[in-house]
Design a binder for this molecule. Sequence first.
Ligand SMILES: [Zn+2]
Length: 455
Amino acid sequence: MKKPILGIVLASIVLFSFQSAFAYTVTYEKWGPKIKDISTVCIIEPDYPNSKILSETFAKRIMDETRISVNEWQVQLQSFERGRDKSMWIIEQIPISLEEQKEFDYNQCHIFIKFKERPESQDEWYKLLAKTEYELGDTGRSDITIYYTSIKFCRTEDKDWVYFDPCYEDFPRLMQQIKSVIKHEFGHALGLGHYSSDNLDVSIGWARGTVPAPSIMAVFSHQNLNENIITVKDVVAVRSMYGENGFLPDKEEQIVFDSFQSSSEVYVIPKGGFTVASVDGLINKDMYISGLQVQITIIDPNQSVETREVRVSSDGVFNFQTVVDESIVNGTYTVFANYRDKKSHEITVDIQYEGEDVQSKIPQWVKNSVKWWAEDKINEHDFILGIQHLIRQGILNPPSPENQTVEDYEENQPLGVKIPNYVKQNALWWSQDKITDDEFFDGVRYLIKKGILVI
Ligand SMILES: [Zn+2]
C-alpha cells in the first residue's frame, strides 16, 4: 500500500475559526518553496467499493477533476512565462487506480492526493475539509487528504429550542467544492499559506462565497458552492517564492537590487510646510518580473513598521515618494526594499524639523557610515560625509590641521588616506555604543589635526 509519510499538520481548512478585528488588513502567508525540481503528483483513487457515499462514477470523476485542478496550477504558472521556455513549471501527475495500488512503486511520488469520507478524529469532523501534511525535513514531499462527504446544517429540536448543527450527509460534496479545495491544498503543497483578512465580515464573505475570494488560498467554507479560481495574486506569490527557474534548481545566487538609495540622507521639514522624501532603486534586469511590485518597508524612530508597494517600470527602476510634514515623527527612519523574497540593504533617513536643536543628537546614518567604514564595507568618502555632517551640525568641533610637510602629503596621496588602526577600532566601538562620543571624536580630531582626514 501507500508509503506512509511522517509529517506534521501545517495546513488545513478550518470552518468556524474566524477572529473579529476592527481594521481590515490583508495578509498572504508564504511558507517558502516546498518542492524541488519536477514533482510527481500521485492521485490515489478513492476506495469506492467500500464506500456508502461514493459511486464508481463519482470516484472516476474525482480522479479526472483532481488532475484538471492540479493542471490549472501548471497552466496558470506557465501562462506568465511569455516568450520563454515553460518547462520550469511542469507538474507530472500519475493517477493510481484501485487495481494498481498494491503493486505501485510509491517512491516516485512527491505529492500524494488521497480521499477520505471524513477526518478520523471526531474532533475534526465538520471543521476540516482537507489537510496538507509536509514530510519532516526539507524533502518537498507532502500528503494531501481531501474529505469528500457533504456537510449541511441539520435541524434538531427540543421543547425549548431549534438547533442547527453541522452534520454529514450520505453523499459527496459538490464537485466544484471539491475542486476548490484541491486547488487550495495544492497551493499549500507549493508552499503558500493562507490569504486572509482580519475583518470578520470580509473573511466570512470569502469563505462562504458571497464575495468572490481574491485568492485560492482564502479559507473556504462548506457553505461555499462556487468553484474558486487561482488568481493572479496566487501566481505572483508562487513566482516570487520560486524565482526565475520555477521548480527547477537555482542557478547561482542572483543579485536582485542593483541599487537602492534615498535621494537625501536628511530631510528638513520647513516650519508649517512640507517636503517630499523619496527613495529609488534598480532591479537587476535578470530578476525583473513584469507586474511584480517592490515592497518598501519603513521603520520609524519609534520602531513602528509600515510597508508600501511600488511599481517597477519595465527597465527595472522603482521610486517611492512621500510627503513629510510636521505630523510625522522626527528622527531616524530605517528603510529597505523586498523583491522576489530578497531584501535590499537597509538605508537610514533622517527627518528633522526646521530650527530643531540637533546638538548632541547624532543621526543613525552617521553611526552606520562610521560602522561600515570601520568594517571596510565603504570607502573613506562616505565616512567623511558623516563627519562633515557632525561638524556642520556643531556636534563635532574640528581642530585646525597642523602644517603639513610636502613629504607627508605626497606619501599619503598614492595610498589614499592612512588611518591608524586604533581610530578604526574606536569607530567600531563607538558605532556599537561601547565608547562615548567624546572618545571617538578625539580620534577623529587627531586625524583632522594631522591632515590625514581632510574635511
Ligand atoms: Zn488552507
